[in-house]
Design a protein around this ligand. Structure first.
Ligand code: SF4
Length: 247
């Protein structure tokens, strides 16, 4: 659908907002940064599966995804159901080519039943706009669908219990690329002993789908003045964009 002038202005503003926050003023001026991002982007795809091998989603699969949402909303499989106001299955295009996976709902998400709507969520949505996607073109979800008390890291058994929903969502959505946000999903999909600074920015693979680990937006919000973190996230997202032909 063709966008009107106001929508285009809004998209552009979101794009510029994140690029400014990411320090794009210097990111775009530094040739070594551009070269690094380009090398990462062009180096990665050769080792990754072809993105063309993605059969179209069937009506049955779309129905199954709706069923997953219903199961999640009524789920009592792990202790987290006792603390939630609302479960948060995920939102966006259920046939998206790009999927974002965070850790778990926070306070705002628990109240609204939507993923990434708090401060960190607003930043993620700016990142998505800067990547030239509309919010309703991507799918956003979390490792666990119910809020851990005091926003603690979900326990291993909670992640295991909830993974049946997430894995089924991945199998049915079949995104071309998954971006994993922060340590919890990175430990699950791209386990390693190194810290996030080392593990981010390198494509892994899950069920044949390229997986890009990067910092969680809440970490960026907590370290607001750290432009280097934002620059690294933007560099990671440029690799994802290159793989999806968005550059
Ligand atoms: S976190 Fe997942 S497994 Fe646990 S109760 Fe919520 S939906 Fe069920």
């Amino acid at each position: 659908m063709k966008k009107n002038a106001a929508e285009i202005r809004e998209d552009l503003k979101a794009h510029v907002d994140f690029l400014t926050e990411a320090g794009a003023g210097f990111v775009l001026r530094r040739p070594e940064d551009q070269a690094g991002a380009a090398a990462g982007a062009s180096g990665a795809p050769s080792a990754l599966p072809s993105l063309a091998d993605r059969p179209p989603q069937t009506a049955e699969e779309r129905k199954l995804l709706e069923e997953i949402d219903r199961h999640v909303l009524a789920c009592t499989l792990c202790d987290l159901h006792r603390f939630r106001t609302r479960a948060v299955p995920g939102e966006g295009d259920r046939a998206a080519e790009l999927m974002f996976i965070g850790e778990g709902p926070g306070r705002d998400e628990d109240l609204q039943g939507r993923p990434f709507v708090g401060r960190a969520g607003q930043l993620l949505r700016k990142i998505i706009a800067a990547m030239k996607f509309r919010e309703d073109e991507v799918y956003i979800t979390n490792m666990v669908k119910c809020r851990p008390p005091e926003n603690r890291v979900p326990h291993h058994e909670e992640i295991e219990a909830c993974s049946r929903y997430l894995i089924r969502q991945i199998e049915l959505i079949r995104p071309k690329v998954i971006v994993i946000l922060g340590k919890t999903p990175t430990d699950y999909f791209a386990p390693g002993r190194e810290g996030m600074t080392v593990r981010r920015g390198r494509f892994g693979s899950y069920l044949g789908i390229p997986v890009m680990p990067t910092f969680h937006p809440s970490y960026l919000v907590r370290n607001e003045g750290n432009r280097e973190l934002k620059r690294m996230v933007w560099e990671d997202m440029q690799k994802v964009m290159a793989l999806l032909g968005k550059k």
